[in-house]
Write a protein that binds this ligand. Structure first.
Ligand SMILES: [Fe+2]
Ligand SMILES: [Fe+2]
Length: 406
C-alpha cells in the first residue's frame, strides 16, 4: 500500500513537471525519452522494494542500492522543488480565471503560464540536480575534522586538553567502501585520542551490513578505550520484523556482538567511570531515545543508578532531542551530552558565521555545540550517509573535542 501511494505521488509530481515543461520539450523524441527515464526509475523503485531484504548483503550490493536510491531521490526532489514556482503560477492563474468567470471582469488577462516561471522551474530543478550529483561525487567521502573546545565547570585541571574523538552515524549498510573507512581510521589514529566515542546508527537495518567493516573499526585506538551507544537504526525495527520474535532477537544480539568485535564497549543504559590517576569522570551511555515516533529504549534513570554524581558527567545519547526533552526538562545532572542522528541532513551550509540546514526546523540542536546554563550538548554531523549517498555543504564529520576546565 505504501509503495502504491509513493509511486502515485511521484507520478503526480512527474506529470505536473512534465505538463509544465512540455512546451520546452518541443519534440516527440525528447518527450518519449523523458517518460522512458521516469518509468525506468519507477521500475527501479519496485525492484528495490521487492528485493532488498531478500538479497545477500555485500558492501557492493549496499553501495549499488544507495547509488540507485540517491539518483531516484535527487531526480524527484529536483522535480518537486522545481514545480513550486509552477504551483504559485497556477494559484495566480486560478484567481484570474475566477475573476473572469465569476465576476465577469474584463478578460484582458493572459492566462498562459508565465514564461519566466517555467524557466525558473527548469533552472531550480537543474541547479538542485547538478548540486546533488556533485555532492555524491565530491561530498560523500570528504571527511572533515571538526575541532571543538568544550569547557566544563567540574572538569579537573589535570585533565585539561583531554581529547575525545566523537564519531556517529556510520550507516555501514550504505557506507559503500571498506577502503574509505580505513582512511577514517588512519585520520583518527593520527590524532592520538584519549577516548573514542561512537554515538550510534552503526547500520541501516541489519547486522549483516557491518560484518565487512569490523576488522577496520577494530584498528581504532584510544588511550582510555572506545565506547558506543545504539542509534534508532541499530534495533532492526525498520525491517518490518516485530520485536520479541526470534529473528529480531538474533539480529539484535549479533549487532551487539559486532560492536564488541570492533573493540567498542557498548553502553546500554549504564555508566563507566574513566580513571586517570587521581582524576575521574563518568561516561554514561543510554540506548536510543528519540522524540516523536522514534523508539524510547533509553533510560537515563537506570544508567545513573549508584553513580557518584559529584564527578563530571558526560552522556552518550544518539538523538539530540533526548537533551531538550529529558535531560533539560527534568534537570538531570549531565554536564555534556554527545549525540548524532541529524546528519545535518547531509545538506546545508556549515562555514564560520553561517550554519544552516533544513534539519534545523526539526532539531534545534543539529550540528556542533549548544549550551543551556551549565549544560551543553555537542551534535556530530555523522560520517556515513542514508538515503542520499552524498553530502552538500555538511561534510562527513570526525569531531575532535578538547575538554577543558573553566
Ligand atoms: Fe543516522
Ligand atoms: Fe539516527
Amino acid at each position: 500500500m505504501k509503495l502504491i501511494v509513493t509511486i502515485l505521488i511521484l507520478l503526480i509530481v512527474d506529470y505536473y513537471f512534465y505538463s509544465a515543461i512540455s512546451t520546452i520539450l518541443n519534440n516527440y523524441i525528447l518527450k518519449i525519452i523523458y517518460w522512458l527515464i521516469s518509468f525506468s526509475f519507477y521500475l527501479a523503485i519496485l525492484y528495490i522494494f521487492l528485493n532488498y531484504y531478500e538479497q545477500d548483503y555485500s558492501v557492493e550490493s549496499g553501495n549499488n542500492l544507495i547509488i540507485c536510491t540517491s539518483l531516484i531521490l535527487i531526480i524527484f526532489v529536483s522535480k518537486f522543488l522545481g514545480i513550486v514556482p509552477l504551483i504559485i503560477d497556477d494559484i495566480i492563474r486560478s484567481f484570474k480565471l475566477l475573476n473572469i468567470f465569476l465576476f465577469k471582469i474584463d478578460t484582458h488577462y493572459n492566462v498562459d503560464r508565465l514564461k519566466f516561471l517555467k524557466q525558473t522551474a527548469v533552472i531550480i530543478s537543474s541547479l538542485l540536480f547538478s548540486t546533488m550529483l556533485l555532492g555524491m561525487k565530491f561530498g560523500r567521502y570528504n571527511f572533515k575534522k571538526n575541532f571543538q573546545d568544550i569547557y566544563l565547570k567540574k572538569w579537573p585541571k589535570s585533565l585539561n586538553g583531554y581529547k575525545i574523538i566523537h564519531i556517529s552515524d556510520l550507516h555501514l549498510g550504505s557506507f559503500g567502501s571498506v577502503e574509505k573507512l580505513e582512511e577514517v581510521v588512519k585520520i583518527i589514529n593520527e590524532e592520538v585520542a584519549d577516548l573514542i566515542v561512537f554515538t550510534g546508527d552503526l547500520v541501516n537495518n541489519s547486522f549483516h551490513e557491518a560484518t565487512a567493516y569490523i576488522n577496520t573499526l577494530n584498528k581504532l585506538i584510544a588511550k582510555d578505550g572506545k565506547f558506543s551507544v545504539l542509534g534508532n537504526h541499530d534495533y532492526g525495527d525498520y525491517r518490518g520484523i516485530k520485536r520479541g520474535t526470534k529473528v529480531w532477537e538474533e539480529n539484535f544480539q549479533n549487532l551487539k556482538n559486532l560492536e564488541k568485535d570492533a573493540g567498542f564497549q557498548l553502553l546500554l543504559n549504564e555508566t563507566i567511570t574513566i580513571n586517570r590517576s587521581e582524576d575521574k569522570f563518568n561516561l554514561i551511555g543510554v540506548e536510543n531515545w528519540g522524540a516523536g515516533n522514534f523508539n524510547k529504549d533509553g533510560d537515563i534513570d537506570s544508567a545513573i543508578t549508584n553513580i557518584d554524581q559529584s564527578l563530571p558527567n558526560i552522556l552518550l545519547s544518539h538523538d539530540p532531542s533526548h537533551w531538550s526533552q529529558v535531560i533539560l526538562k527534568k534537570n538531570y545532572n549531565i554536564d555534556l551530552q554527545l549525540s548524532g542522528h541529524t546528519h545535518g541532513m547531509q545538506f546545508g551550509v556549515d562555514i564560520p558565521g553561517i550554519k544552516w540546514s533544513p534539519v534545523q526546523y526539526r532539531y534545534k540542536q543539529w550540528a556542533g555545540l549548544y549550551r543551556k546554563d551549565q549544560k551543553q550538548i555537542y551534535v556530530n554531523r555523522g560520517l556515513g550517509s542514508l538515503g542520499y549517498a552524498g553530502r552538500v555543504g555538511i561534510m562527513p564529520d570526525i569531531s575532535i573535542l578538547n575538554i577543558r576546565s573553566v
